[in-house]
Design a protein. Structure first.
Length: 329
């Protein structure tokens, strides 16, 4: 039988008998083992990406004709490779701009001739979003029976004339339209005129006077104006005028252009002698092909081609053509 004193003593002995790890001491004092602090890690704040604005190219005047489709790629570029979206103001009736691809599609109608400007914007998806804007100039020229257009929807139309052996100056003359003015070098252009006062741009099937000196010879005079060419140094003007039965001249002159405040540089007039033999009576009423090419000191070449009606009569001055400036962005 176990007494209470035995229970107490047994419990005490059990407690005293528990394994015990002595605390290490140094000079009799307990040593405290400290947990080392965590090694600091570098926590740099990432630099925010700087967004750069996209850019749009300077587009040349797009020459178009009614009934010929336009598929013009605007061609924006983003230096950061961001996605671009496109929008436009002043789109002509029937025109569309693909917001993702930046392709302007339009087939001009006969009632939409003349200069037009479309304001295009491309925006990126950077932070913050940035954008660029440009004005795209269009020249929609009227078709006449003398023009044979060659059109690429991506780049526009060029035109040739019917062979001089084919008559094409019949019926009503097309409407006179102005030129969409564009910054250089995209806005280079050449025009030929005939007025004694002012310039008077010629169009197909307008009259051109041959000044007949009977047996002593004949001459033809016309005006020349150009934009975006070197007007500081003399330019070469090559001109060729022919009917279906004879060549009137194929000559070159060096002239100095007179710059004007409207952006054009002109020479009024240039005079070309008609090649012999005389007389020249067969010129009256004849259709003639006029080709004028201007080359400046920098090698820039601009041309104009016209089908004209020759006459010995004194002609009235033609109405002046009003060009159109682009809207401010």
């Amino acid at each position: 039988m176990i007494t209470s004193d035995e229970v107490i003593v047994g419990t005490k002995m059990a407690l005293d008998g528990c394994p015990h790890t002595p605390t290490p001491t140094r000079t009799g004092m307990p040593i405290t083992t400290a947990t080392p602090p965590p090694t600091p890690t570098s926590t740099s704040t990432p630099l925010s990406k700087i967004n750069h604005a996209p850019t749009l190219p300077q587009l040349a005047v797009y020459h178009a004709y009614p009934g010929y489709p336009v598929r013009l790629v605007i061609g924006g570029n983003d230096p950061d490779g961001d996605h671009l979206s496109y929008s436009a103001l002043a789109l002509p009736d029937g025109a569309e701009l693909d917001a993702a691809a930046g392709v302007l599609s339009w087939t001009p109608r006969a009632d939409q001739i003349g200069p037009r400007f479309v304001q295009v914007t491309c925006a990126d998806n950077g932070s913050p979003p940035l954008s660029a804007a440009a004005v795209v100039p269009f020249e929609v020229s009227p078709l006449d029976a003398c023009i044979i257009p060659t059109c690429d929807p991506a780049t526009g139309c060029t035109d040739n004339r019917q062979p001089v052996s084919e008559s094409c100056c019949e019926g009503a003359l097309p409407e006179r339209v102005g030129e969409p003015l564009a910054d250089c070098p995209a806005g280079f252009v050449l025009f030929v005129g005939r007025n004694n006062s002012g310039f008077g741009r010629l169009r197909d099937c307008d009259g051109l006077r041959v000044i007949n000196f009977l047996q002593s010879g004949a001459s033809v005079r016309f005006n020349v104006e150009a934009r975006c060419v070197n007007d500081v140094q003399p330019v070469k003007v090559d001109a060729r005028l022919e009917t279906k039965i004879r060549l009137l001249f194929d000559l070159e002159q060096t002239v100095l252009l007179d710059p004007s405040t409207d952006g054009y540089a002109r020479t009024i007039p240039v005079v070309f002698p008609v090649t012999a033999p005389a007389p020249f009576y067969d010129f009256e009423g004849a259709e003639a092909q006029l080709t004028v090419m201007l080359t400046d000191a920098d090698g820039v070449v601009v041309e104009d081609h016209l089908r004209l009606l020759l006459t010995f009569d004194v002609l009235e001055d033609l109405p002046e053509t009003a060009d159109m400036s682009p809207p401010s962005q």
